[in-house]
Design a protein around this ligand. Structure first.
Ligand SMILES: NC(=O)c1ccc[n+]([C@@H]2O[C@H](COP(=O)([O-])OP(=O)(O)OC[C@H]3O[C@@H](n4cnc5c(N)ncnc54)[C@H](OP(=O)(O)O)[C@@H]3O)[C@@H](O)[C@H]2O)c1
Length: 339
């Protein structure tokens, strides 16, 4: 197979090299999947530099989220279980080694590509969509009529959150760092856009809500919980999703009491350890919205990335904050045209 193997840490994505490698051999309980599209994540940039919380033993293959076709199903599953997918099925998922043409993976980390979706759209679904669904639905109890503030709304989890909040009948106020990204968020359904580089962005958000009461839910992948306290309504929920801004906040807890609000965390990756049954509920909810046509792929389309050789450029663009949605690289099949 071909893949981006890390034999030593690099300073940046421009140093990544694509090499010919032996085909991976799945364990008896694993699938072998041929990758057709692979999605970039910010944590890939940290991992290739050796500064991510999860660093495999060198050598390892970079990347994680992908979509593709099952080459081989497991030969033996616990309790004699029948494999859910068979050779030829179209799947998406995530495991270490997404920047490659083949990957070995367990069944729990695969899902079927929804009808009508292509490899390109499905490649970036596995992490962002359930994060936003579990955050808004499972943790924040979103309901019709809520005002929901989605920070960094044109980012990967942001565009997923915008669509899910709209599907549940909420009014969505999107924030982003430039005009183009605000337009993108609106094209995915956001009702209002506020540039959070403005000093008075919290006032602008309040002014949009009825009687300036503030929003019911704040969806925060950036690290803006403290500032968002200024524009949350009585009984509101502040969802801690991430810290893309790079700072961990400190906040006086008296403000939580005074405004009668809840600060709620979401650690999607840890549901597989603590609450696997909820993972199924979340995916059932997502596939229902997909079937109803309420969710579409959020891929960055301002520039096209085709071939594993383009992964470094795709990662560089992501790291420079120049992209929106999910940055996905198409992986043409050997012998097929790249166009
Ligand atoms: N809790 C969970 O289980 C979970 C699951 C998945 C992801 N996450 C976290 O959620 C966060 C967002 O993930 P994502 O996949 O949506 O990332 P992304 O696509 O890269 O989007 C992040 C957005 O954050 C904004 N941002 C603000 N300050 C930034 C800065 N200093 N550097 C870079 N971006 C900045 C950017 O929007 P503007 O340019 O418009 O400001 C950017 O679009 C990450 O921290 C990730 O780790 C958490």
């Amino acid at each position: 197979m071909r893949g981006i193997q890390i034999t030593q840490y690099v300073k940046g994505p421009e140093e990544l090299k694509i090499s010919n490698l032996p085909d991976p051999v799945p364990k008896p309980n694993e699938y072998l999947v041929r990758i057709h599209a692979t999605a970039c994540n910010f944590f890939d940039l940290l991992q290739i530099r050796g500064i991510y919380q999860h660093q495999p033993k060198i050598p390892w293959i970079s990347g994680s989220e992908f979509s593709g076709v099952v080459v081989n199903a497991p030969t033996s599953l616990p309790g004699g279980k029948k494999p859910k997918y068979k050779k030829g099925d179209r799947v998406f998922g995530a495991a270490q080694g997404g920047y490659a043409t083949l990957i070995c993976i367990g069944e729990e980390r695969l899902r079927p590509i929804p009808d009508g979706w292509d490899f390109f759209d499905a490649a970036g679904l596995f992490v962002t969509m359930p994060t936003s669904y579990a955050g808004l639905v499972t943790r924040a109890g979103i309901k019709s009529g809520d005002y929901v503030l989605v920070h960094a709304a044109a980012g990967g989890v942001g565009l997923a959150a915008v669509q899910i909040a709209k599907a549940f009948g909420a009014t969505v106020i999107a924030t982003a760092g430039n005009k183009h990204k605000l337009e993108v968020a609106k094209s995915f359904g956001a009702d209002y856009g506020v540039d959070y580089r403005a000093n008075d962005w919290t006032d602008q958000v309040k002014a949009i809500t009825p009687n300036k009461r503030g929003v019911d839910i704040v969806y925060d992948p950036v690290g803006l919980i403290s500032q968002s306290m200024k524009c949350i309504a009585w009984n509101g929920r502040l969802l801690v999703i991430g810290f893309a801004g790079g700072e961990l906040e400190k906040m006086g807890t008296n403000r939580i009491l005074l405004k009668n609000v809840s600060v709620v965390g979401l650690h999607w990756g840890a549901y597989s350890i603590h609450e696997p049954e909820t993972i199924e509920e979340v995916w059932d909810g997502i596939f229902k919205l997909v079937a109803e046509g309420k969710i579409r792929g959020t891929n960055f389309t301002d520039e096209e990335f085709v071939g594993l050789e383009r992964v470094p450029a795709a990662l560089k663009a992501l790291g420079e904050r120049g992209t929106w949605g999910k940055v996905v690289v198409k992986v043409p099949q050997e012998g097929a045209s790249k166009i």
